[in-house]
Every structure is written in structure tokens, then in C-alpha cells.
Design a protein around this ligand. Sequence first.
Ligand code: C5P
Length: 220
Amino acid sequence: MVSVAIDGPSGAGKSSMAKRLAAELGYTYVDTGAMYRSVGLYALRAGKDPADNAAVEALLPQIHLDILLKDGTQHVLLNGEDVSSAIRAEEVGMAASAVGANPAVRAFLLDTQRNLAKSRDVLMDGRDIGTVVLPDATVKIFLTASPEARAQRRFAELQAKGEQADFETVLADIRRRDDQDTHRATAPLRRADDAVLVDTSELDIEQSFALLKQTILDHI
Ligand code: C5P
């Protein structure tokens, strides 16, 4: 089985690139961030602080996640409810980052992630795919861009959706999430020693996509 691991910070374009690449290469796209977001959403709905490790760990037995892979698109069912849109809210992203620092949550999701890669070719994106989840991945990519470039893209996206946005707030959120993801004790965001670094700070979407695709093709 071929597995492509794509890790990197928030807003580097991992999921949009990964989705498109998976479709072109005929692999199944697995979005692990969506799993952390689902746990974060459950904690918020239960009225718990996502950063309270003990409280979130106590919720885990009540959480059942089903990952449906339909037409190359992943749907996450949280106790039977399709939460694929609900998990995209900004506050759910922050909650995901908080529960992602919880070792019990990481252990809870690890088997699901590994099992998805056992019987199919996958392109999996996240923070620790190349370092922890699939250490023997066929190709590992660390996709990144400067915080400013990532904030600029996110800001443009929010504006295009007609949402109220302030560049400095978007940048501060990105920096806070980077800090949380890189400094946590369990599975911190870092480039695997054997991952290829792809920095898209100076590239537009099409250039980034072309570089990423070529990098993968060169390594499989
Ligand atoms: O990629 P996405 O923004 O959906 O991820 C949301 C959060 O989930 C991240 O900020 C990160 O803290 C956490 N996450 C993680 N490990 C992964 C994927 C996501 O810790 N493999």
C-alpha cells in the first residue's frame, strides 16, 4: 500500500491541496484534523473546557466516530451525526488544538488512523502523521508557509465568504495555534527527519500544487 503523509501547521493549505492531490493520484484522502475537531466539538457541546485533560478523557467512552470515505471525500459521523460542516467553525479549531494536546485523545484516535491506511492507498494529513501515525509512510511531506502568508490566505478566504475578519486577529490565532501545536508534550508538530520540506510562502495555489505533486511523484 502507498501512504503519503502530509504534516504542517494550520493554514498551510494542507487539506485543500491534499484533497485535490488524492483525487488526481487516485488515493483516499484522510483528514485527521477532522477527528480532533470532532472530539473538540463534543467537549464544547458537553460544556467542558477542551483544555481540561481529565474532563475530556472522561468523555471519550461516550464518543463514537465513524469515518466514511465516499467519492474521495471524508465524512465524520459523531455518534451517528454527520458533523463535517459543524467542525469547521473557528472555535472548534481551537478546541481541536486543545484536545490534541491530550495524550488520551491521541491514543483514542491512533488506531482509527492507522487502520484506514492498512487496506488502501492513502494521502493522510495532520500534524504527526510522518512522525507517529505512519512512521513508515512511502512519502513524507512537511508543508509550511510563514505565519503572515498563511494569515493572508485565511483572511482572504474569510472575506470571500463575506465574514467579518481582521487580519491582526487572524494572524494572532495562527500564531497561538502554532505555539500550542509545536510546544505540546505529546506528538508535537515537527518535521520528521525524512520528510521533504515544501515551503509555499512565495507561491500561489497552482504553483504550490504543482510543486507538491511533483515532490510526491519523485518519491513513490
Ligand atoms: O488540520 P486542522 O486545522 O483541521 O486540525 C485542527 C487541530 O487538530 C490542529 O490545530 C491540531 O492541534 C490538531 N491535530 C493534531 N494532530 C493531527 C491533526 C490535527 O493534533 N494529526
